[in-house]
Each structure stands twice: as structure tokens, then as C-alpha cells.
Design a protein around this ligand. Structure first.
Ligand code: 13P
Length: 246
């Protein structure tokens, strides 16, 4: 067994309903009844669906994750959700520092790091997201931006997953090329130093059934973080089925 089993993670963002969650779990269950998944599967629905989807996914051995958490374990933070609350619901992972949180909620690296620390303290594995904008890539700053985010967002110790999601590839249908992904993931792996050997590096940004096999076969890619295509069980399963055996 590899130190870095392939992880296929779905990020539903602000999408989904109870009915959609039930249908998703049912359809995924039909596939899993026939074929064992070659990868670890994880779904991160909105907070409103964690309980329901968690109940449906548990018997399928599909993991549950959240999309964000607060840096504090409790307190007067209206509207926020603490990491221990997510752990109590059965989450094993939580996404932190997604570019949509960085952009729309003005989260900086220090905030992301504090959230990742809170996740670890609650027994969750943070999926720490990094990624450059199109303008930053075009001006040759992709590695310096992503490297800086990694330096600022990673907790001092503890097991994390890192997701490289170029902002310009999210929800645009424009995925990064295999060469660009290999280069950035190799850079991240080297930058992580010794712990990098056991740190899973996911790619995210317009991953779909038609490009999943190529992306998953790219050097230093240990899985994918899938947005839009993870909402349909058939597409999520097709992406999972493209995983190389490890
Ligand atoms: P899309 O797969 O919809 O491009 O979203 C990627 C993403 O942001 C996953 O976190």
C-alpha cells in the first residue's frame, strides 16, 4: 500500500438538496455494489447536508468532509461552524483556504493556517488549497504565489492534504495542462521537504470524466478535488474509475 493512496474528493460548494444527496448516494452505492473503488472516495457537501449524506455514505465507506471551519473551537461567531462540530457529524476532512473563501471572504494565509490547525486539533485532516490567478500565471509568478501560500497556510506539523487549484481553471472548463500540473506538483513536493513524501497532492480545476485519467496519471498527482462534476454520481464515479491502482 502506498503512503499516498489516491484520493478522489468532491466539493459540492453551495449546491445540493436532501433529495439530491439521497439520489447521489443511491447511485454511487449501485456502482460500489458491483465494483470496488480503486481510490479513497470523499464528498464535501454544504453543511446542511453533512448529517444526511454522512448517514448515506457511511455504509458505502465513502468519506465525508466539510468545506470550511472556524479557527476557534466554539464561541460568539454567528454563522460559523467549528471543527469539533464537524468531527461530531462524522467528517474526516475539511477543505480550508479554497480560492472562493480567499476571494469572497477575504481569507488570508494566516487565517487558513489557523483553520487548518483547528481542524487538526479536532482530529480532522485539512485539505489546504493553494492556486494562482490567471494574471499571476501570465506574469510568471505562479510558483512564487503558490509557494508563498503554502508557506503561509500550512500548519507547523500534522498530516494534511494539499490541493493545487489554479483559480483560472476553476469552473471554467479550462484545465491546466499535464506539463503545468506536473511542474507545480513537483515544485510543491520539493517545497514540502521530508514530510512531502507522505503528503497527498490533489489537482483541482475543471476535472471531469474526459480528462481525469490523464490528470491522475500525471507525476506527483495523488488525487483530484472535483467541483461541478462531483454533483452527478455518474461523473464522480467515472472520475474515480479513472484512478490508477496504487
Ligand atoms: P470545478 O471542478 O467546478 O472547476 O471546481 C474545482 C474546485 O474548485 C474544487 O474545489
Amino acid at each position: 500500500m502506498s503512503d499516498r493512496p489516491v484520493l478522489i474528493a468532491g466539493n459540492w460548494k453551495m449546491n445540493g438538496s436532501l433529495a439530491a444527496a439521497d439520489a447521489f448516494a443511491f447511485q454511487l452505492g449501485e456502482h460500489l455494489a458491483k465494483t470496488r473503488a480503486a481510490a479513497e472516495l470523499l464528498v464535501c457537501p454544504p453543511a446542511t447536508l453533512l448529517q444526511r449524506l454522512g448517514e448515506r455514505l457511511r455504509p458505502l465507506k465513502v468519506g465525508l468532509g466539510a468545506q470550511d471551519c472556524h479557527a476557534k473551537p466554539s464561541g460568539a461567531f454567528t454563522g460559523d461552524i467549528a471543527a469539533p462540530m464537524l468531527a461530531e457529524l462524522g467528517c474526516r476532512y475539511v477543505i480550508v483556504g479554497h480560492s472562493e473563501r480567499r476571494q469572497f471572504h477575504k481569507e488570508d494565509d494566516a487565517t487558513v493556517r489557523a483553520k487548518a490547525e483547528a481542524a487538526l486539533a479536532a482530529g480532522l485532516t485539512p485539505i489546504v488549497c493553494v492556486g494562482e490567478t490567471e494574471a499571476q500565471r501570465e506574469s510568471g509568478q505562479a510558483e512564487s504565489v503558490v509557494g508563498g501560500q503554502l508557506d503561509g497556510s500550512l500548519p507547523a506539523s500534522g498530516t494534511v492534504v494539499v490541493a493545487y487549484e489554479p483559480v483560472w481553471a476553476i469552473g471554467t472548463g479550462k484545465n491546466a495542462t499535464q506539463a503545468d500540473i506536473a511542474q507545480m506538483h513537483g515544485f510543491l513536493r520539493r517545497k514540502l521537504g521530508a514530510p512531502g513524501a507522505a503528503t497527498r497532492l490533489l489537482y483541482g480545476g475543471s476535472v471531469k470524466p474526459s480528462n481525469a485519467a490523464e490528470i491522475l496519471a500525471t507525476g506527483d498527482v495523488d488525487g483530484v478535488l472535483v467541483g461541478g462534476a462531483s454533483l452527478a454520481a455518474e461523473d464522480f464515479w467515472a472520475i474515480a474509475a479513472a484512478s490508477p491502482a496504487r
